[in-house]
Write a protein that binds this ligand. Structure first.
Ligand code: SAH
Length: 242
């Protein structure tokens, strides 16, 4: 009898650790009750600002955003504000993260490529929504720290250090591509890494500001474009950096 109980416990422990490894959040452990309340309030605010995709709102309420910023600014982690991260980059405003995620219309199991891992927050949101996530970052230090943060929280997206303009031809095609830095023109190689019928959400434009754009690949060499408002992102730069 004792033996059976011990065996059952062992099985239960293995299942729960597998659960976090498969990408289901550990946020229970990483959010205290105040942070949980703040994250839930943030999701409510975003709903009031027009976000309606329940998968997005649930993910915003579940991901511990404070883990993706420096200790000194953790108090501001659940405000709807962009915050600085290392190397002069920013973790996008939660509204922008939610808006881009909504435009992607993620279905669990979608294969999604993100350009610009940054802090890893957006990648965590996509994991939380049930996507199969690939993400590229051109700054090595950010790639390394995002990987550490995400894995410590139980998120295991496929992370790459490289130039997002090249995409990931070996892992293509993707159902969706999300660009979180601003290119001046449509990154052509990325277009061809979308499956036909898939789409890219990308803030297009120069330093003065960008238009959020959806580019749908409707055929082998055919696309359809639509614009979805004005935003300001850091520029998408060519090449890699240490
Ligand atoms: N998605 C991020 C937002 C990061 S800001 C988050 O949730 O925190 C944009 C990021 O894009 C920066 O980290 C920047 O270094 C990166 N970036 C800019 N150009 C890039 C490129 N060509 N390839 C990959 N990453 C790029």
């Amino acid at each position: 009898m004792k033996m059976i109980i011990i065996l059952c416990c062992a099985v239960l422990i293995t299942c729960s650790s597998n659960k976090s490894k498969s990408g289901i959040s550990n946020s229970e452990i990483n959010m205290n009750s105040q942070q949980k309340t703040e994250a839930a309030k943030l999701a409510e605010q975003l709903e009031q600002k027009g976000i309606s995709d329940q998968l997005v709102l649930k993910a915003i309420a579940a991901v511990p955003r404070h883990e993706f910023v420096d200790e000194e600014i953790r108090g501001a982690a659940y405000l709807d504000k962009p915050l600085p991260i290392e190397k002069g980059q920013t973790i996008s405003q939660p509204y922008t993260v939610a808006y881009q995620s909504e435009l992607l219309r993620i279905k669990p199991g979608d294969k999604v490529l993100e350009i610009g891992t940054g802090s890893g927050y957006q990648a965590a949101i996509l994991c939380e929504m049930g996507a199969e996530v690939y993400s590229i970052e051109r700054i090595e230090e950010l790639y390394l720290s995002a990987k550490k943060t995400l894995n410590a929280l139980g998120y295991f997206p496929n992370l790459f250090y490289g130039d997002g303009y090249e995409g990931l031809p070996e892992n293509a095609p993707f159902d969706k591509i999300l660009v979180t830095a601003a290119p001046v023109e449509i990154p052509q190689k990325l277009l061809y890494q979308l499956r036909i019928g898939g789409w890219m959400v990308v803030p297009l434009g120069g330093r003065g500001g960008q238009k959020m754009t959806i580019i749908k690949r409707t055929g082998k060499d055919a696309i359809e474009e639509s614009e979805h408002g004005d935003f300001i992102f850091v520029p998408m730069k060519k090449g890699i950096e240490k």
